[in-house]
Design a protein around this ligand. Structure first.
Ligand code: NAP
Length: 285
């Protein structure tokens, strides 16, 4: 039986759920994997990646804080990686001897949204946060033709950086009609911030106390709240506890985590995991 040498690198990494998720996929696919979580310091990143693949490694997931710097040590970058400037998956092709960088976060989010019947098409979407996670989902959301995407972030200057990075998405082509906007003042732009259908939290705010946002968010009872974060103890998060005052349609980021992992697994092994089965097993274990 073919065996794959895989892993996830980050710092911290001790609490990563990726080894558990990939072991569920491997069991389902009836293949053998050795998937370990490796704590890697920034200074050791190049050496670790080089060594891992030289010693037979097939693939690595990459998490905070290495998603951007890992690109320096990959030979080829996918088009999505070039667009967002970060990767969460490295694969090694043993015939070309090359390391390939991919990103599966954005596609993982969209796959989970579809599974949960969260409509992106024609939706007015508010994204809180402008860090790596926000940037990884923006092009994939945009490709699903929302009506508008409004960005807000604690540090306002970072919004402009993201708008500049994705300036091509602002084009007037019919296929790219959603406006990507950053607003300093929501109340002054009620036409864009009223009728928000989906609020996505991509910040890490709230994990040292309750979540709050410094602007009024205008939602309806049908607004859906999606938190990229998750916690291992229950399905709520500080953001979702805050959101529950507005809506009962609240989702955490576990589904996205499982979907992005499944896409990485498929890149490495060519096998597409069954997400429903994997989720059942994940929650019942
Ligand atoms: P990041 O690049 O460090 O960005 C962090 C973001 O959070 C920035 O926008 C930052 O705003 C904001 N933030 C941090 N503390 C805040 C506070 N107290 N108040 C308001 N805003 C605050 O991190 P990231 O890679 O984007 O990850 C963000 C979250 O997404 C993490 O919780 C991560 O676990 C989650 N995530 C989940 C998945 C999944 O598969 N479910 C995948 C990727 C990421 P400033 O710019 O003002 O600092």
């Amino acid at each position: 039986m073919k065996s794959y040498k895989l892993g996830v690198i980050g710092n911290p990494i001790e609490h990563s759920l990726s080894p558990k998720i990939h072991s569920i996929f491997a069991k389902q696919a009836n293949i053998q994997i050795d998937y370990q979580a490796y704590r890697v310091e920034e200074i050791d990143l190049e050496l670790f990646i080089e060594d891992f693949f030289k010693k037979g490694g097939d693939g690595l997931n990459v998490t905070v804080p290495h998603k951007i710097n890992c690109l320096n040590f990959a030979d080829e970058h996918s088009a999505d990686v070039r667009a967002i400037g970060a990767a969460n998956t490295l694969s090694f092709n043993k015939s070309t001897n090359k390391i390939y960088a991919h990103t599966t976060d954005g596609a993982g989010f969209v796959a989970d949204a579809i599974k949960k019947d969260i409509s992106i098409f024609d939706a007015n979407i508010l994204i809180l946060g402008a860090g790596g996670a926000a940037q990884s989902i923006i092009p994939m959301i945009h490709a699903k033709h929302p009506a508008s995407i409004v960005l807000d972030n604690r540090t306002q200057e970072k919004i402009q950086t993201v708008l500049d990075r994705f300036s091509l998405l602002k084009s007037d082509e019919p296929s790219a009609r959603a406006k990507l906007t950053g607003l300093k003042n929501f109340s002054k732009h009620r036409s864009l911030t009223d009728n928000i259908n989906l609020v996505i939290n991509t910040t890490s705010a709230g994990f040292d106390g309750p979540f709050s946002w410094d602007k009024d968010i205008f939602t309806t009872k049908d607004t859906i709240f999606y938190d990229l974060s998750y916690n291992k103890i229950d399905s709520s998060t500080p953001f979702l506890s805050w959101a529950s005052q507005y809506s009962d349609q609240c989702h955490n980021g576990i589904g996205m985590l499982i979907n992005q992992a499944a896409l990485s697994f498929e890149i490495w092994t060519g096998i597409k995991p069954d997400i429903n089965l994997a989720e059942n097993e994940f929650f019942n274990e």
